[in-house]
Design a protein around this ligand. Structure first.
Ligand SMILES: Cc1ncc(COP(=O)(O)O)c(C=O)c1O
Length: 352
């Protein structure tokens, strides 16, 4: 840290993303990417002609992209905005709906960025502990007097709340925004998009990084009533108006329109997840009922940290969080059937 770094952020602990080795030597099951390439239609959309137009800025309103997302989800374009990954959209939401006096409430075990963003934005965190089995204690969500973040399915547990349960939280907190982070919803969860016209305090955030195989393109989107979306756009246009680049806009439109590819990929991941979970259970692993594109698994024989290192030595990267209640678990991205077979073989060789 230089002596010029702002005093107010000296205690900031940056989020540590999963390893991204650039040599592709590993079977990569650590950052919940799709095992499938981007839709061929998304690839075809990035023409040489468009690449040559990179000297021009992108459309700051992302009109065509937003129209495609709105159409896919049965919304009006005013009910959608987009960002450089859902990380950026979520950050806009925290900037717009939280401050020193309006905390963000979220679970103790969830996506690590929320905590980092709260410290960066000077927003108090209201931490809601998960129960022993990692399920959400909904009684903690009554009259919270905070902006609320619900990660559904949750990460790294993969556990879901039902739309009815989230509707209860919306009803019990009518004067606060409830953000539902649905990064993993397409693999078996239930989306809250259907509630958008009913609740003015609901903001649903999704990403193209997982179920639409576009992690490297960086594209996320928020859906909610037009007033909430306009709030997010106030932040976006005060920060980075061209936040989605030209190539990502085109790839995003094509991916959004390629419903068949999306359905095939998400269905295959869900089937592979169930098969792998069954095999791991037979080997004595304990698992949550994950509805995401990852498994949250504990070996009865080898501690999580040791297993993570041994798998890495064998060329398989998974995610290990060295934190209370997580240290014995691994978060394993659901890859291709072949990758999961390699994982199971390696685990057997290690005696896990
Ligand atoms: C729960 C959750 N939300 C949001 C994100 C951000 O994804 P992206 O910025 O790639 O859209 C992630 C990334 O892993 C995540 O796990």
């Amino acid at each position: 840290m230089s002596r010029f770094f702002t005093e107010s952020l000296k205690a900031l602990q940056p989020y540590v993303p999963g390893e991204q080795p650039q040599d592709m030597q590993y079977i990569k099951l650590n950052t919940n990417e799709s095992p499938f390439p981007a839709s061929p239609k998304a690839v075809a959309a990035i023409t040489g002609e468009e690449v040559s137009r990179l000297y021009l800025y992108s459309d700051p309103d992302c009109k065509a992209l937003i129209a495609a997302i709105a159409k896919r989800y049965g919304l009006q374009p005013e009910q959608v905005t987009v960002g450089n990954g859902s990380d950026e959209v979520l950050w806009f939401a925290l900037r717009a709906f939280c401050d020193e006096n309006t905390p963000l409430a979220y679970n103790d075990i969830t996506y690590g960025c929320y905590k980092t963003w709260c410290s960066m934005l000077n927003v108090p965190s209201k931490i809601l502990p998960l129960q022993e089995d990692y399920s959400v204690d909904l009684s903690l969500y009554r009259g919270l007097d905070s902006t609320i973040m619900i990660t559904n399915p949750n990460a790294p547990t993969g556990l879901c709340l039902t739309v009815q349960e989230i509707e209860g939280v919306l009803q019990e907190n009518p004067d606060h925004v409830v953000i539902v982070d649905e990064a993993y919803v397409d693999f078996g969860g239930e989306s809250c998009v259907s509630l958008i016209d009913k609740y003015e305090n609901l903001l649903v955030v999704q990403t193209c990084s997982k179920s639409r195989s576009l992690a490297g393109a960086r594209l996320g989107f928020a859906m909610g009533n037009a007033a909430l979306i306009s709030d997010l756009n106030r932040i976006k246009f005060s920060f980075n108006p061209y936040n989605v680049n030209r190539l990502t806009c085109l790839a995003g439109i094509a991916a959004m329109e390629d419903e068949e590819y999306f359905q095939t990929c998400t269905r295959t991941v869900a089937q592979t997840r169930e098969k792998t979970a069954a095999a791991l259970k037979t080997m004595g692993f304990t698992l949550t009922d994950s509805k995401a594109n990852f498994l949250f698994a504990e070996s009865s024989r080898i501690p999580g940290g040791v297993l993570y290192r041994k798998l890495k030595e064998k060329g398989i990267l998974v995610r290990h969080f060295d934190k209370p209640r997580l240290e014995n678990r691994l978060r394993i991205t659901v890859g291709s059937q072949q990758q999961m077979e390699a994982l199971l073989t390696a685990l057997k060789e290690l005696g896990a």
